[in-house]
Design a protein around this ligand. Structure first.
Ligand SMILES: Nc1ncnc2c1ncn2[C@@H]1O[C@H](COP(=O)(O)OP(=O)(O)OP(=O)(O)O)[C@@H](O)[C@H]1O
Ligand SMILES: [Mg+2]
Length: 225
């Protein structure tokens, strides 16, 4: 499998009450294409910080990030965010006054990636694939259950045709049965569409379903066999 996202000697610290606290220390790791990863680690170890750095929402103090062999600084962080990644949040972060369909179609308009012409149909089909049938797709998202909203968020993350999908505790608000269904979807996506999926989680159920578990501890990532 080929390397899609490479982190090289990443250092990152917060200034907290006048003190510098280093969260990521010379962190290096390579994520491969088409693999489903979970990132584990104690609360406060820096998992959310790491996600925001690899998503180009924040920049490290030093170190480099390469997407498909290109430094993301060279690609441009804005372009990298538009065309390479999608993020799924614990709180779904859908736009509540839009329907599920409109949320998915909005994501299609926020990328430069080539997309099919018949966007509406593609969006309906994408949602249907995750169990959001037309009658639900036409509903405002706040009239859907938490599990349904997370399915919409996953459909949205795919709509822009990106390679990398990141999620921060995406099943934190869901029951175990729904959690398993959602994670099975992630797994299927990574294998069927060759997406690289990186999910931060505290759940053993979730990590057990991933292809590779990675531990963030003392500022570094290591693989759990
Ligand atoms: N903006 C900030 N300014 C200062 N310190 C911060 C900031 N954001 C996070 N931190 C600190 O950095 C550390 C890592 O935070 P982070 O949110 O990345 O941890 P986490 O591994 O995601 O934890 P959790 O599992 O609880 O979500 C924590 O000690 C946190 O208090
Ligand atoms: Mg966190």
């Amino acid at each position: 499998m080929s390397e899609i996202l490479k982190l090289e000697n990443i250092n990152y610290s917060y200034i907290d009450g006048g003190y510098e606290r280093q969260i990521l220390k010379d962190l290096s790791y390579s994520f491969e294409e088409g693999k489903f990863y979970t990132v584990l680690g104690p609360s406060g170890s820096g998992k959310t910080t790491l996600l925001s750095i690899i998503a180009g929402l924040d920049t490290p103090n030093s170190g480099e990030i390469y997407f498909d062999g290109k430094n993301i600084k060279e690609i441009g962080l804005h372009k990298y965010r538009r065309n390479a990644i999608s993020i799924v949040f614990q709180q779904y972060n859908l736009i509540s006054y839009l329907t599920a369909l409109e949320n998915v179609m909005l994501a299609m308009s926020e990328t430069d990636n080539p997309l099919p012409k018949d966007r509406k149909n593609v969006a309906y089909n994408l949602l249907a694939r995750f169990g959001i049938v037309k009658s639900k797709a036409d509903r405002m998202v706040n009239q859907l259950s938490g599990g349904e909203q997370q399915r919409v968020a996953i459909a949205r993350s795919l709509a822009s045709n990106v390679n990398l999908i990141f999620a921060d505790e995406p099943t934190g608000n869901l029951d175990t049965a729904t959690e398993k269904e959602i994670i099975a979807i992630f797994k299927e996506l990574s294998h069927e569409f060759s997406k690289t999926i990186i999910v931060v989680t505290h759940s053993d159920t979730v990590s057990a379903m991933s292809d590779q578990r990675v531990l963030l501890r003392d500022g570094k990532l290591s693989e759990i066999q």
